[in-house]
Design a protein around this ligand. Structure first.
Ligand code: SF4
Length: 447
């Protein structure tokens, strides 16, 4: 074990590398908040840091490699490294490659990370600096939007996924805790809340939908009730990782009323019943099509984003054609597609019928080509309309913004002119003049 660093004369400085999904980002924000509360300084360069924390991802092989590369780089550039996050759950993978790391902890194990930091760098005496921390803590997203994590873990057993092994079974945060955090974020200037979890539709199942008082009213720890209460905060509320269970029907009227954004991020992964069964996914393609139709009848503005996996073991050309036919009919607004990649420890690795990677890649390209036409057609429907957008960045007369149809980082943008005087975080009405496969183009302030 290496000797603790001499900190008698200076504020201890921590470097932080954050990898992975929005859930991991929220973990990073919690650790950074705790570091700041305890008086550590968070610095941007390896050479200024006394120690580096690397929050890792292990969702797929490529993410695992990226995490190992980041650990290697931090060790070379700094030498004192604490590893946390999903790859931390597989301590031996990290330890075998990098025996010199100081400590390895798993996801959401904030206490263990802090313990490892304390062992090397005792916290300084409390300083008035900590009083400057916003109520909502440290955020890694821009000031005007924030991820709101409502639960951890997952009760499903999708055969391609090891998240339940890494993050455990579903553990929901009680509704009053989530709403309290949301209210603090809004007070600190957040204009868009992005609700994330592994399975948003399952929120509260583990707590038997326990009720809690919130501003004089009992609220249940349940997706619809949470969405309804978030809708009262007066900011955009965007729901991610919603699976098409029956009770999602209850959300659609809230979207039609404008309480939450008419946007659903719904990872469907495939449409062939055989492949969905092999993946152990809930809800088949037919049911999804029926639901989509019903939802669009109630809320015609609904935008649906989804992701799919092609080249899953056993996927035949007929299965793939079925997926294409589904996409033709479903006319989803935004689609991401990945080729299947085996993840260490996933049960799908043992399934027969591995698909040649070249075939899988060709299928991915065919799917994306089909979807490009569908997405472009969907975006064309916005031309001539006036949309409210949230400004992300301004450069003179021009700005980049997003409408209700665009989640940050994964969807498209609205490119604006006439943006003088606007600032990031402003809402503004924009007349849409043009569109392409991904983005919209418009002028701010035109009727
Ligand atoms: S729903 Fe399936 S893919 Fe999503 S986290 Fe749970 S097991 Fe993994």
């Amino acid at each position: 074990m290496s000797a603790p660093i001499d900190q008698s004369t200076k504020v201890p400085r921590i470097g932080f590398v954050s990898l992975g999904c929005p859930k991991a980002l929220v973990d990073s924000e919690r650790i950074l908040t705790q570091l700041r509360i305890e008086g550590y300084e968070v610095v941007g360069g390896y050479d200024q840091a006394d120690l580096v924390v690397v929050n890792t991802c292990a969702f797929i092989e490529a993410a695992q490699e990226e995490s190992l590369d980041a650990i290697g780089e931090a060790l070379t550039e700094n030498g004192k490294v604490v590893v946390t996050g999903c790859l931390g759950s597989r301590g031996s993978v990290v330890r075998d490659r990098f025996p010199e790391v100081l400590a390895i902890t798993g996801p959401q194990d904030y206490e263990a990370v802090m313990k490892a930091v304390h062992a090397q760098l005792p916290p300084p005496p409390r300083s008035p600096f900590t009083d400057l921390l916003p109520d909502s803590g440290v955020k890694l997203t821009p000031r005007h939007y924030a991820y709101l994590k409502i639960s951890e873990g997952c009760n499903h057993k999708c055969t391609f996924c090891i998240i339940p092994d890494l993050r455990g079974r579903l553990r929901s945060r009680r509704v009053d805790a989530v709403l309290g955090e949301a209210e603090r974020l809004v007070r600190d200037g957040v204009r868009e809340l992005l609700v994330v979890s592994q399975d948003t539709s399952a929120y509260g199942v583990d707590l038997r939908y326990e009720s809690a008082p919130w501003h004089g009213r009992e609220r249940r720890t349940r997706m619809t009730e949470l969405a309804d209460a978030l809708g009262d905060l007066g900011v955009w509320v965007r729901l991610h990782y919603v699976y098409p269970y029956r009770h999602v029907d209850e959300l659609i009227p809230l979207m039609a009323q404008g309480k939450v954004l008419p946007y659903l991020d719904m990872p469907l992964q495939h449409a062939s019943p055989g492949i969905l069964k092999a993946m152990r996914r809930p809800a088949g393609g037919e049911q999804v099509l029926e639901r989509l139709q019903r939802w669009r009848d109630i809320c015609p503005d609904l935008v649906v984003r989804s992701t799919f996996i092609v080249g899953f073991p056993g996927e035949t050309e007929a299965d793939f054609e079925q997926l294409l036919a589904f996409l033709e009919e479903a006319r989803l607004d935004r689609v991401g597609c990945f080729t299947y990649s085996p993840v260490d420890g996933a049960r799908a690795n043992a399934l027969p019928g591995a698909v040649d990677p070249e075939v899988a890649e060709m299928r991915r390209e065919r799917l994306m080509a089909l979807q490009a036409g569908i997405s472009a057609g969907k975006l064309r429907q916005f031309v001539g309309r006036t949309l409210q957008v949230l400004v992300d960045a301004v450069d003179g007369d021009e700005a980049l913004a997003r409408s209700y149809a665009d989640a940050p980082e994964v969807d498209g943008l609205v490119h604006l002119v006439g943006a003088e005087g606007l600032r990031p975080g402003d809402f503004v009405d924009v007349r849409i003049h043009d569109s392409d496969e991904h983005d919209l183009y418009g002028t701010a302030g035109e009727p």
